[in-house]
Write a protein that binds this ligand. Structure first.
Ligand code: NAD
Ligand code: IPM
Ligand code: MN
Length: 364
């Protein structure tokens, strides 16, 4: 497997380093054929090359089979980078150019972390669902977009929430296929009551599920209600499929019920066998450089990579189990620690996962 690693900004390099240690362990002990190339992404490129995206890096991105991405974002510094440069070096360009339309964001609350969840144990215990976020259309990419000056001299900002039938249908199909491997239930989330694109979403979702996936049950839910239900009764969900913007918000809500965004992994895939793996969180400027970031979102993204790109479901399950055991054993980074609990660093969490992997390997 040829892997392109883009650590990026802020805590990106810190958490990516731990995910890479884990992948190298699988290469060394489990026969994973791994060839790693690393390139800068984000501010380091601007500082080193005067551009956010050197052509050579972009060529590698377009040709990559799998990308392991850290995080992007450095608000104050980005203000000085011209907007055209920012677009060239953005995560959105990468998602769009590779057509990574299916963004898989699993949300699984482990018993060991019940204390870290802001929800009561009787509400949260066992919550386990996936958000399938459509990632290449909707409000993020619709046109017209921009800021225009009106005749009276004031300005108007415009973005467009746009979806074609094809864009909706392929997201729904992906979600239904995911549900088949889980509990067979899909919740399609929209604002069909307000938006034309939402009404079309609902119509297409209903048709695709009915005609192509009679074995999957589909329910429709309004997005505002979904936000409530994630906090009130997260166990009712199996697969949530929704548009780009709602998926962004609802997956952060999912992170909140786990107690930390640092726990959430993601995979973004297209239909040509390419995928980008990244933790859901951003560059976390408030904690960057301190060695305290939780690397489990990145490490669990590596597990998704083992499952989706490397096609090694047993290794993926082994890594997820190693993470569960490290947490069961009481290893905590600051974001998921209860008051008074002992806290480890970013690399300390990596050590604990590697230790559990060695034990599992010996047991096997
Ligand atoms: P953020 O995800 O960076 O941080 C939100 C909160 O979660 C912060 O308190 C942070 O300390 C905490 N957090 C995040 N990751 C953590 C981890 N691994 N361990 C422990 N705590 C963690 O979001 P933000 O502060 O809204 O945005 C900061 C920058 O990141 C912005 O420039 C934003 O655009 C960017 N961003 C990038 C991505 C991405 O690269 N995919 C995602 C979200 C935000
Ligand atoms: C995410 C992030 C991105 C998004 C930002 C960094 C563009 O919040 O991956 O969830 O809004 O999609
Ligand atoms: Mn987000």
């Amino acid at each position: 497997m040829k892997l392109l690693v883009l650590p990026g900004d802020g805590v990106g390099p810190e958490v990516t380093a731990q995910a890479l240690r884990v992948l190298h362990w699988f290469a060394e002990h489990r026969g994973l054929a791994l060839e790693v190339t690393e390139r800068g992404f984000g501010l380091v490129n601007w500082q080193r090359h005067g551009t956010l995206m050197p052509d050579e890096t972009w060529d590698r991105i377009e040709a990559a089979e799998a990308i392991l991405f850290g995080a992007i974002g450095s608000l104050d510094q980005q203000a000085v980078i011209p907007s055209e440069e920012r677009r060239k070096g953005s995560l959105l360009r990468m998602r769009k150019a590779l057509d990574l339309y299916a963004n898989i964001r699993p949300i699984r609350l482990l018993d060991a972390l019940l204390e870290a969840s802001p929800l009561k144990p009787r509400v949260a215990k066992g919550a386990d669902f996936v958000i399938l976020r459509e990632l290449t259309a909707g409000m993020y990419f619709g046109t017209p977009r921009g800021v225009e000056t009106l005749p009276d001299g004031t300005r108007r900002g415009v973005n467009t929430h746009s979806y074609t039938e094809g864009e909706i249908a392929r997201a729904i199909r992906f979600a239904c296929r995911l549900a088949r491997e889980r509990r067979g239930h899909v919740t399609s989330v929209d604002k069909a009551n307000v938006m034309e694109a939402g009404a079309l979403w609902r119509e297409v979702a209903g048709r695709v599920a009915r005609e192509e996936f009679p074995d999957v049950t589909l329910e429709h839910m309004l997005a505002d209600n979904c936000a409530i239900q994630i906090a009130r009764d997260p166990r009712r969900f199996d697969v949530i499929v929704t548009d780009n913007l709602f998926g962004d918000l609802l997956s952060d809500a999912g992170g909140a019920i786990l107690g930390s965004l640092g726990m959430l992994p993601s995979a973004s895939v297209n239909d040509r066998g390419q995928a980008l793996y990244e933790p859901v969180h951003g560059s976390a400027p408030d904690i960057a450089g301190k060695g305290v970031a939780n690397p489990l979102g990145a490490i669990l993204s590596a597990a998704l990579l083992l499952r989706w790109t490397a096609k090694r479901p047993e290794d993926a399950a082994m890594l997820e189990l190693a993470v569960d055991r490290a947490l069961d054993g009481g290893t905590r980074t600051a974001d998921i620690a209860a008051p008074g609990e002992r806290v480890v660093s970013t690399s300390g969490m990596g050590d604990a996962v590697l230790h559990e992997l060695s034990l599992l390997q010996r047991e096997a």
